[in-house]
Design a protein around this ligand. Sequence first.
Ligand code: CUA
Length: 340
Amino acid sequence: MPRILWSVGATVLAIPALAHNVTILSDAPVNQEIAGLLVWVLVFSVIVFGVVAGALAYTVWKFRARPGDDELPPQVHGNDRMEIVWTLIPLLIVMVLFVLTAQTLVKLKRPVAGAMVVEATGWQFWWDFQYPDEGLRTAGELVIPVGQTVEVRITSGDVIHSFWPPSLTGKADAIPGEVNRLQFLATKPGNYYGYCAELCGDSHANMRFRILALERQDYDRFVETYRAYTAPEPISPLEAQGKELFDAQCAACHTVKGTTARGVIGPDLSLFGLRTTLGSGVWENTPENLKRWIRDSAAMKPGSKMPAFPQLSDADLEALTAYLYSLKLDGFDFAQLPRY
Ligand code: CUA
């Protein structure tokens, strides 16, 4: 009996927690839509739970064995009317939920005119973001404007991944050779967490991303300055030494806009100094983490395709980080964005 009480208690306690979750998620329009649907599911579940648990409790109490009850009670075999009723009611509930779900799905999948298009490609274990209309590219962190629907066209360069920014929308699989679409809208500026939601290898759990939503005018300024951007020339001997090392060691795989570094195997590092995270949204972008990352990324992220560089001295790492942090646009600091 105590075990049953525990289960019932846990279920009852879980309901407000779920409702709370729904309110957290309900900020974005897509989630309001889904939250509305969830409320219906919740209402039906609570009613069904109440009726079934109530009937069970009543039956157990009413027909319990009493002292002196030695004989079996009359045995009942089937009751057509009851069976029809308890088949029809769930059928009706499922049909209502089906209609509501279909309505929501149609609403969510309807193309929004004037949506901003972004192409997201999953790789083991990071995300590449291209902005075809703006002619821009970022990695690990997708920059979008607030208040405009964004259509992400999702695909993969290797195995199946799944693109999931839970506080903005649901998920869509990234499948090689196919494009799945996901539309969402951020209502307020912020640094929104994203995850890969499909087991894709050793570092599936380390394959995250961020969506940086900026106010419209900030986003427009971002696009304008990034379009005109070429990596700044090193302003110190340390940065110059870092650039030299970068060109020798890193340029075959990474791009830095406006330099001879044009590699496309790894993430685009043109705006590395602006990134809030490294290693695909997993670690804070600090010099300590960056140095550890460059020296042996696979030690931080199993399965990382980036080779280790044990031959780099501490002074080399100092120079490389100085150069990488110089790669940014003036007047932007994404670290200020609230995180969701
Ligand atoms: Cu990519 Cu899991």
